[in-house]
Ligand binder design. Sequence first.
Ligand SMILES: [Zn+2]
Length: 354
Amino acid sequence: MKHKRILTVILALSVALISCVAPQTKRVELSDEMVLEETKKQSVIALQSLMDDWTLVRRVSYPILSTATSYCGEKVRASFGIYFANQRAFPKVFRETAAELYGMDDALRITQVVPGTSAERAGLRQGDVLVSVDGQEFPTGDQAMKEADELLRNRLKAGESVSLTISRAGAERTVSVIPETICDYPVIPTPGDRVNAFADGRRIGVERGMLRFVDNEQELAMVISHELSHNAMGHLNAKKTNYMLGTIFDIVGAVYGVNTQGLFGKLAAQRFSKEFEAEADYVSLYIMAQAGLHIEDAPKFWRRMAVAHPGNIKASHASSHPSTPERFLALEKTVEEIKKKQAANLPLEPEYKK
Ligand SMILES: [Zn+2]
């Protein structure tokens, strides 16, 4: 009884409060049609922005993945430089927009042709429908991404030409492409606003916050090379993480929708040791130099990150990164070491312990 009275009083107070703060001006009138129209517009912008992130990350990472193969051991695969998807590969919320914007349906379509690859030289284009490879038809439908990945893993061998049939504007054409070897560590833009990137032994995640933080593609290349080094140098015991990654592998078909935030969050808890961080810095500069990328600004970039986002660094695996001054100086020294080798025309290989 007493409770009921209290509840009544609270209710009465809430009503009074609500009526107190109610807006006093007339609400702008909007039709359902207008709202729907605007919703569609925003969905298009959101999807385009998501695709821009994927395109950027793949364009920047591909040359690194193809240069670093000597570090990647058996974790390599053959690729001729395309990425593809069908409608099912997109998160549900974007499927309708993907159909309208990119003509996505059950069939696999090329979403990106990496510059400088065999695919580009063969004249392949974004939007081409994948028909067959060496006469074997590409799958369609729900499992198409996963099955096509298996098909390509089986068929492609580095240096051996394959014939690829695509359909463009209703007409089929067959081109021949020559795959090359790249490191088998897909690089994935992940949701989240932290200035962070991760390596899990199988792939590399770059958070959206990091994509916004980097000033240019060189800086993004540094981040990716650093994470690739963690993977390539075996800093993360792959076995240990296998079970955690099991579930994510099931959804990897939905390449565009993989929400790895939780997963990477777990991994972030497994901190790398300072020694491993220093090694990732060291090896990543060699990988970048081998890829013909500019390394002089690397130390400044890591310094900028540490200074601008100390909180984020602490919250992530990066908390075990060497302290800023130490890290900066070590990077500067490595740049010097590499420059000397370049000037003397020596092979660009890291110095290993005797
Ligand atoms: Zn690291």
